[in-house]
Design a protein around this ligand. Structure first.
Ligand SMILES: Cc1cc2nc3c(=O)[nH]c(=O)nc-3n(C[C@H](O)[C@H](O)[C@H](O)COP(=O)(O)OP(=O)(O)OC[C@H]3O[C@@H](n4cnc5c(N)ncnc54)[C@H](O)[C@@H]3O)c2cc1C
Ligand code: SF4
Length: 343
């Protein structure tokens, strides 16, 4: 790990003025030059930043901590019925937050299914959404792959059992955030601020970007921006939801597959609108639009849920070692739809 200076930001403007690069840009620069530049990056809980420092994949001159900024972890119900979650709210707090549990159970289920209790006590929602991919070639110093500015993807013909089954060319990462699966299904937006006080709101689904938009960045965070909040919309009456995860083991583990379903049911029980998102399936949380279309206007039961499970996998292009994910997702989609619709 390199030596770095520590900066305790006291305001969002101070943090934004002190930071010079996103972690993605700092890593690409380091991989290209093999020397620590004069970069300053942001740190929230520090779980991912520390991992990258220890691997020598990140070597900033300064680390700017967001922990000392008052109110950045506030969770507030908004006048219009939505919920504003400060980016520094920890995963453990959200897992147990009474409003999140009551109104957005898919989110509390997703964060409770993430990592271990110790990690959830430290990791923040903002950091979770912005963590870098877990591809083991990407995380190993020895492999200068496409995402680090190199010329080759080692996963496509290599050990790809944990990689994407959709949109997996030229880079086959899966999006690492479990919370993002639920947040995209819920129609969340992110709020981003810069040193001049300008604030922009972006639909989370659009904030994340596939490799063909940008091969070295997973999202549209600008170099001096601070993610200040994640906003959840008010939900119409009759909204039901679920998040399900399947890992290799029940204790803390990354998902092999996870699914979030948000259904808007009419008083007669038919489905007015559906959002169905597959996590750990593609470089971004993957909207299963064909399955969503299939559910709309119909009464949900076992047969329809099974059909939607099959439709959700249309267009999948599994790699040599990850076709096992297809039946896994099919089952999870069916179960998540039934859990959301019938409880
Ligand atoms: C053993 C293990 C198991 C795990 N399992 C899971 C899992 O199942 N599901 C899952 O989703 N995750 C899992 N994780 C990942 C973990 O949840 C993330 O590393 C963590 O959530 C990152 O949050 P953080 O606050 O520590 O972020 P940090 O490490 O502090 O930051 C992460 C990134 O976000 C940037 N950043 C942070 N906050 C802001 C902000 N407000 N504005 C702008 N940029 C910001 C940083 O610059 C950095 O690039 C696991 C990790 C481990 C070690
Ligand atoms: S999947 Fe992406 S991150 Fe992994 S080796 Fe290939 S290019 Fe690199």
């Amino acid at each position: 790990m390199n030596r770095f200076a520590w900066v305790n930001a006291r305001t969002i403007e101070e943090a934004s003025a002190a930071v010079s690069a996103t972690v993605a840009d700092a890593m690409t620069e380091l991989a290209g030059n093999a020397a620590a530049g004069d970069t300053a990056v942001l740190k929230a809980g520090g779980v991912d930043v520390l991992d990258l420092l220890k691997e020598g994949l990140l070597a900033p001159a300064r680390i700017v901590s967001l922990r000392g900024i008052p109110g950045l972890d506030a969770v507030v119900e908004e006048a219009g019925g939505g919920l504003r979650i400060g980016s520094m709210a920890t995963l453990s707090r959200l897992a147990d937050h009474p409003v999140v549990r009551r109104r957005y159970p898919a989110l509390s289920e997703a964060v409770r299914a993430s990592a271990s209790p110790q990690i959830r006590n430290v990791a923040t929602l903002g950091g979770n959404l912005l963590q870098r991919p877990r591809c083991w070639y990407f995380r190993a110093h020895e492999y200068h792959c496409l995402r680090k500015g190199g010329g080759h993807c080692f996963a496509i013909a290599g050990e790809n059992q944990y990689h994407a089954i959709f949109d997996n060319r030229p880079c086959a990462i899966v999006h690492p955030s479990t919370a993002a699966t639920a947040l995209v299904a819920l129609g969340a937006t992110v709020e981003l601020a810069d040193a001049q006080g300008a604030v922009r709101q972006v639909l989370l689904e659009d904030f994340f970007g596939p490799p063909d938009r940008d091969l070295q960045r997973e999202n549209d965070l600008k170099p001096r921006e601070v993610l200040t909040a994640i906003r959840l919309p008010a939900l119409p009456a009759g909204t039901h939801m679920a998040h399900l995860k399947q890992g290799e083991k029940d204790s803390f583990d990354w998902p092999l597959a996870d699914v979030a379903v948000v259904l808007e049911l009419s008083p007669d029980g038919s489905c007015r609108k559906a959002a169905l998102v597959l996590g750990t399936a593609a470089p971004v949380p993957h909207r299963a639009k064909q399955a969503e279309g299939l559910l709309a206007g119909k009464h949900i039961g076992e047969d329809l849920a099974r059909e939607a499970g099959r439709a959700a996998l249309e267009g999948a292009t599994p790699l040599a070692k990850n076709a096992y994910k297809l039946p896994l997702f099919e089952t999870l989609v069916r179960r998540a739809i039934l859990k959301a619709a019938l409880g």
